[in-house]
Write a protein that binds this ligand. Structure first.
Ligand code: MN3
Length: 233
């Protein structure tokens, strides 16, 4: 009698366990927050560990979580790579644009930084392209700084390679980027992108965005910029 009364709940319990163990992960958990390629305090003193923690774990983490929550309502998202998605962003709602942009932009941002002294130098090929486009590295710096300080409100400054092969400096608002198929954006492939949202620097620099930008140059991972440039030529 005891066994008979237990059989049903036991079967139900085993079925539930089997479902839990053998159901594949939900298709909408597709986008993943990449780990930082260095320790949280590795970019000090230019960027402090607290800023890095909040910026990576919470801000970037939120873009990824939000983007994943949008897959159910926008199922084509599950079939696109993050990079391909940028080039088709005009056909998606603005929430996808903001969060997919946030995810792509920050993913590239962590990679173009390295602890000071470890980022290497521009390759001969890249340097030749920089000199061809801007005349000198100093002019690249000043034009990039101008784009970064001049971006009103939140956004990004970029060094891009345009489809004609020339380099250019541009900036985008909010979480837009040069890969997006949107009016008002100068199209190109980002080689180097700098986050000038206040969340990127405010704890340490408050309103002194130019000081943050100046310190950030010491972190540029030229090895990664070289790699991106070489992959396009
Ligand atoms: Mn940011």
């Amino acid at each position: 009698m005891v066994f008979r009364s237990l059989r049903r709940p036991l079967l139900a319990w085993l079925t539930a366990l089997a479902l839990l163990l053998f159901t594949p992960a939900p298709a909408w958990a597709d986008f993943v927050l990449p780990p930082l390629p260095y320790a949280l305090d590795a970019l000090e003193p230019a960027i402090d560990a607290t800023t890095m923690t909040i910026h990576h774990d919470r801000h970037h983490g939120a873009y990824v979580a939000n983007l994943n929550s949008l897959i159910e309502a926008n199922p084509t998202l599950a079939k696109l790579s993050l990079e391909t998605l940028q080039g088709q962003i005009s056909s998606f709602p603005v929430a996808v644009r903001n969060n997919a942009g946030g995810h792509w932009n920050h993913s590239q941002f962590w990679a173009v930084m390295a602890p000071a002294g470890e980022g290497g130098e521009p390759s001969a090929d890249l340097l030749a392209a920089i000199n061809g486009a801007f005349g000198s590295m100093e002019t690249l710096h000043s034009q990039f700084n101008q784009a970064a300080t001049g971006r009103f409100g939140s956004g990004w400054a970029w060094l891009i390679r345009k489809s004609d092969g020339n380099l250019a400096i541009t900036s985008t608002a909010n979480q837009d980027n040069p890969l997006m198929d949107l009016p008002g954006i100068e199209p190109g492939t980002p080689l180097l992108g700098l986050d000038v949202w206040e969340h990127a620097y405010y704890l340490q620099y408050q309103n002194r965005r130019p000081d943050y930008i100046k310190a950030w140059w010491s972190l540029v991972n030229w090895s990664e910029v070289n790699r991106r440039y070489a992959a396009l030529s």
